[in-house]
Ligand binder design. Sequence first.
Ligand SMILES: CC(C)(COP(=O)(O)OP(=O)(O)OC[C@H]1O[C@@H](n2cnc3c(N)ncnc32)[C@H](O)[C@@H]1OP(=O)(O)O)[C@@H](O)C(=O)NCCC(=O)NCCS
Length: 390
Amino acid sequence: MEFNKFRIRSYEGQFDRAQVENLERKCEVGPSESVFLFTDTMGDPICRIRNSPMYMMLVAELENELVGVIQGSIKLVTIQHHPPKDLAKVGYVLGLRVSPHHRRKGIGSNLVRRLEEWFISNDVDYAYMATEKENNASVNLFMKKFGYTKFRTPSILVNPVNHHSLQISSNIEISRLKIEEAESLYKRFMGSTEFFPNDIGNILRNKLSLGTWMAYFKGDVGSNGSQVPNSWAMLSVWNSGEIFKLRLGKAPFCCLLYTKSWCLIDKIFPCLKLPTLPDFFNPFGFYFMYGLYHEGPLSGKLVRGLCQFVHNMAVESNDDEKCKIIVTEVGGRDQLNQHIPHWKLLSCPEDLWCIKALKNEGLSSSINTFHELIKTTPPTRALFVDPREV
Ligand SMILES: CC(C)(COP(=O)(O)OP(=O)(O)OC[C@H]1O[C@@H](n2cnc3c(N)ncnc32)[C@H](O)[C@@H]1OP(=O)(O)O)[C@@H](O)C(=O)NCCC(=O)NCCS
């Protein structure tokens, strides 16, 4: 039977790189009728997991042809009520692709099974993955066949960077935090956030992390002993464009026309400071805003100020394939979305995250934790989205 002919093995960069990139191109993932962003890994298909504490990439080979690929990473995160100390080992499944000519032969399932085996051999408590909810093949494979359960539906917010710097309200102060300060604030205020990474210090110290900034209102010194202003917000920026680029796929003609004519208007009337849309059809870099936290009655305005600040950073960045969009992913009850400028056409209001317990047999406390994780609709706790998994 043809089913048995393929072989699954670890990815070997020097032999497999070109074939994996080719496969990736053949499998552009995105809703068929609308605009979507395509990833260009610039000759390093493993770049999306390389910064995680542990990672693995598997390939499926059929008669010397690479027909499938999957990636996975492992880390320790906060999961409330998970014994001991609310920490659990989680395995992230990403980048599953099977060549269009070889689908429905069990290759995708076998790749997932082998990756789960690697998770289990490394003592992982939960496997999780994210997909578009319209991707039937992926949803069926993970939810129906492998028993993954809907867990969260965070929003991916995408905002284009235009040519002009934005004016930040004059009563807002924005200051850069030292890595140690950022680490300590994150541990204090986001340490109990779901999926908060135990190695936050490594993320902040990574060369892709451009820094952490805090915003507060001038003169707001906070109330006695709190050591933070009454209203404040913080975020960090990850230079994702350093490891892979994006480009727009399957853009409808009207969108192309809109982009071109808008640029023309801007060239003719620069003084109008119109929000020009960048050229999305060639590969471009992007910043990912992570660790977004805010507190206090007026903090929404501070979040907006920080987003404008990051936008201005991108305007000033001067590499060849400039940062053309700012991306963030937020989840939970928190209504952060309304304070984060974003462009609906490129954003995804509901990224579907699914989870599966890998070792619950006989452990009633683990079962309870898992039920806690999946029962909450709408989710009551915010979610930390790791920039290494974007
Ligand atoms: C999703 C994908 C990896 C599936 O690979 P595959 O090798 O065809 O999967 P399998 O043959 O192992 O199928 C396993 C199950 O997935 C589901 N499935 C797969 N393709 C499907 C489709 N087109 N429609 C509905 N369900 C589908 C079925 O439940 C199937 O079980 P069945 O064959 O017993 O009915 C493949 O379609 C693909 O590469 N798609 C593009 C990239 C992508 O969307 N990746 C997932 C991102 S998270």
